[in-house]
Design a binder for this molecule. Sequence first.
Ligand code: TRP
Length: 349
Amino acid sequence: MPNEKSFEAAQLASDTVLARIQEHASDYTMLTGDRPTGRLHLGHYFGTLKERVRLQNLGMPTNIIIADYQVITDRDTTEHIQDNVYNMVIDYLACGINPEKTMIFTHSAVPALNQLMLPFLSLLTEAELLRNPTVKAEQEASGHALTGLLLTYPVHQACDILFCKGNVVPVGRDQLPHIETTNKIAHRFNARYGTVFPEVTGLLTASTMLPGLDGRKMSKSYGNAISLCMTKEETTKLIKKSKTDSERCITYDPENRPGVSALLSTAAICLGREPEDIADEIGMGGAGMLKQYVSAAVNDYFAEIRERRCELMGNMDYIREVLAEGNKKANTIANATLQEVRETMGMVY
Ligand code: TRP
């Protein structure tokens, strides 16, 4: 995590850009992405997907990378990668991403994007790479040795952002060190060789992070996440077996009642209400009533998205076409940027 002071500065930059976007969306370019390690869940939806759709519909050029090379930063296998990638495309489209407006693509299909890694790596020192707190945290969580790719993936992420001259990057707080790395690379490249790259701002959209059903960080590996692809029944079942406590009266108290409070937060975000309000309403109704209430809120909110998801699942040719089209466009842009980089560096033969 970045320290409080740099976090405040990042929040300020984010707020400034957010205020300007309303009127000047087309002056910016959004780039953001996901690792295809599993299905997208409610945390992704309320944390970033919803905001991506909003920016897209405001008229901002929007780009989404499915970061397949990031999967092997801390894993030894690419098992299920194709399935994960296609399902991610399905989730995006079901949530309202429009492939006519938003370019969706993968790392591995865009060689020129990856080639930017070479000049970019020359712009940072070993000490700077080792200082990234998110990389450290990810390495510890994975129980893996620090691979060369895990150490340098923030540089690769700078390639993701800069190849299309992205300057607005919706991210969670944990990704802020990577935005700093990206700006360092852009500044140094521009100063050393000539101006090619823009200044990048991380958009900190999710002010409150939605916890998993047990109150811990939402994660598939904890079994506390409601995936977008779950059915109504699966959702209800997962909520039903989530852990609450023995106190009957429902109150919102995240510290002492993590399970109950996470359920309240989940319903609140779906209904656009305050968790305290919902707690008051349920009161002595107890955990059973709370769970029914949360299931209804989630299932109602996601009914349409899930219906669209099912339709898209039945049309895999279309899904493959969307990705092929996105990859084609991304190659055109990456080739042009790489050419500009070579020319700026005098590497023209
Ligand atoms: N590292 C991001 C994550 O784990 C995913 C990602 C890949 C990304 N490339 C990106 C995010 C570029 C923003 C910009 O969520």
